[in-house]
Design a protein around this ligand. Structure first.
Ligand code: CA
Length: 236
């Protein structure tokens, strides 16, 4: 069964979409604004996103950029904006399709099925890593289960912390600049907010490292960024 995230602040449209999707056996999450949408996506897997562009807290284009920083989930824009430039911008940013409001439900569902088929085809070709473990096996980041464990015990992390862990797990041993981390976890426009990354990396070290001030796995490269070093052998 596919899970669809509906990002829509108009409650009538959101309800109509939810009813129609559920009638066709989709699971449905509804986000009334962009930040809830980004948080929901970080917390649980969605197979596709239906995205309104006019949202109360941020423009839908910023939501597309935020999602594309770390996810290939199909995004169908569902918008009353008929301006060609808005469509091009949405597609340039990584949206998969654009459906104009008012829309015919049958057409929208057909486009959704097509997007899900395309995505099933490409993900079968991807060799996604499902889990990353430290060399000593104590730390396990399980991307498929959205879970991190230390010494076999699940560790509670916030959605933002999870997105940082996910980025690290997909890029072990690679230097990730502070700008890239901020862009991919918080989204465009946050590249200069260095205190965000400092605070959250520090929280992760408190939760996962034996000595947070001398981290083994979540290292700072002075003046450059961070490096996740799961297979570090210096202390084993
Ligand atoms: Ca709207």
């Amino acid at each position: 069964m596919s899970r669809i995230l509906v990002v829509e602040d108009d409650t009538q449209i959101a309800r109509a979409l939810a009813i129609n999707l559920k009638a066709r056996k989709y699971d449905v999450d509804i986000a009334p604004n962009g930040s809830v949408a980004l948080n929901l996506l970080a917390q649980r897997h969605s197979d596709a996103v239906l995205l309104d562009l006019g949202l109360p807290d941020m423009d839908g284009s910023a939501v597309i950029e935020g999602i594309r920083g770390w996810s290939d989930v199909p995004i169908l824009v569902v918008s009353a904006r008929h301006d060609g430039r808005d469509k091009i911008q949405a597609l340039d940013l990584g949206a998969d399709d654009f459906v104009e409001k008012p829309f015919a439900m049958d057409e929208l569902l057909a486009r959704l099925r097509a997007a899900l088929r395309r995505s099933a085809g490409t993900s079968a070709q991807r060799a996604d890593v499902a889990r990353v473990s430290s060399g000593d096996g104590r730390l396990v980041i399980d991307l498929s289960a959205t879970r991190v464990t230390l010494d076999g015990e699940p560790v509670h992390v916030t959605p933002i912390e999870w997105r940082i862990l996910e980025l690290f797990a997909k890029n072990p041993d690679r230097l990730i600049s502070q700008r890239e981390l901020l862009h991919r976890v918080w989204g465009p426009g946050y590249e200069g907010e260095r205190h965000y990354s400092r605070v959250y990396i520090s929280q992760l070290r408190q939760k996962l490292e034996d000595e947070p001030s001398a981290p083994r796995w979540f290292r700072t490269e002075a003046g450059m960024g961070y490096r996740f070093t799961p297979s570090d052998l210096s202390q084993t």
